[in-house]
Design a protein around this ligand. Structure first.
Ligand SMILES: [Zn+2]
Length: 227
């Protein structure tokens, strides 16, 4: 059987990934310079796996979203680990209101996507930065700066100059996962590598560390790629 698939190339991607979407479309996410031929070979070598995945539609039904959000009625968005419905409303101002639902003005989808990102960034600044300051104090470390950034494939990073960067996309995750990323990056100010000592520092601050890692393993990629 011939497998139909869509290719999305991106400069930012380092590895080729095959995604089976909720509607069972196959999307290949590939680094910019991957040839069609190479992709076809990978698809061929993964045929078995793809067919198995396609044979279990219920598996996908549990996953609420296909990558690539569209701001339309019936869609839902994550905030702090919970899903909230999207509703388009008649509105005179160009504003997103969050009230147990994401209420968007009726306008172009792209404009609403911009509003949404701005909203997440604002929430991230309000919630993540004070928490990061508090955890830094608890850990006895001093971060040069704590910034909210637009990273798609990294939740957080710690630079050699002791700057902590956290992706606004993390606002989609539950609070204990947000805390985990903050503490993880701050702990790098004490221990640069992932040594047993490093993990002890993180775990001492966050007893739910393993649960947070598991959440990221199960949801991380999807959450990162959707927006
Ligand atoms: Zn690390």
């Amino acid at each position: 059987m011939d497998i139909k698939y869509e290719i999305r190339r991106s400069k930012k991607r380092k590895k080729l990934t095959i995604n089976i979407e909720r509607d069972r479309r196959i999307v290949v996410l590939a680094p910019e310079n991957t040839s069609d031929e190479k992709i076809r070979q990978v698809i061929d070598s993964k045929k078995q796996w793809i067919h198995e995945k396609l044979g279990h539609p219920q598996k996908f039904a549990a996953k609420p979203h296909a990558p690539g959000k569209e701001i339309i009625n019936g869609e839902s968005l994550y905030y702090l680990g919970h899903q909230y419905q999207v509703e388009l409303i008649e509105s005179t101002n160009d504003e997103l209101v969050f009230d147990n639902k994401f209420l968007f003005p009726m306008q172009e989808k792209e404009k609403n996507l911009v509003l949404l990102k701005k909203w997440y960034v604002r929430c991230a600044k309000e919630k993540i930065i004070p928490r990061a300051r508090k955890f830094a104090k608890d850990l006895g470390v001093e971060a040069e700066s704590i910034k909210i950034v637009d990273n798609k494939y990294r939740w957080g990073s710690c630079t050699t100059k002791n700057n902590i960067n956290i992706s606004w996309r993390l606002m989609q995750a539950p609070m204990f996962v947000i805390d985990y990323i903050i503490i993880h990056e701050l702990a790098h100010l004490i221990e640069a590598n992932h040594t047993p000592e490093f993990w002890n520092i993180v775990k001492a601050q966050l007893p739910k560390m393993e649960k947070a890692k598991l959440w990221l393993k199960e949801n991380g990629q999807r959450v990162q790629e959707e927006l």
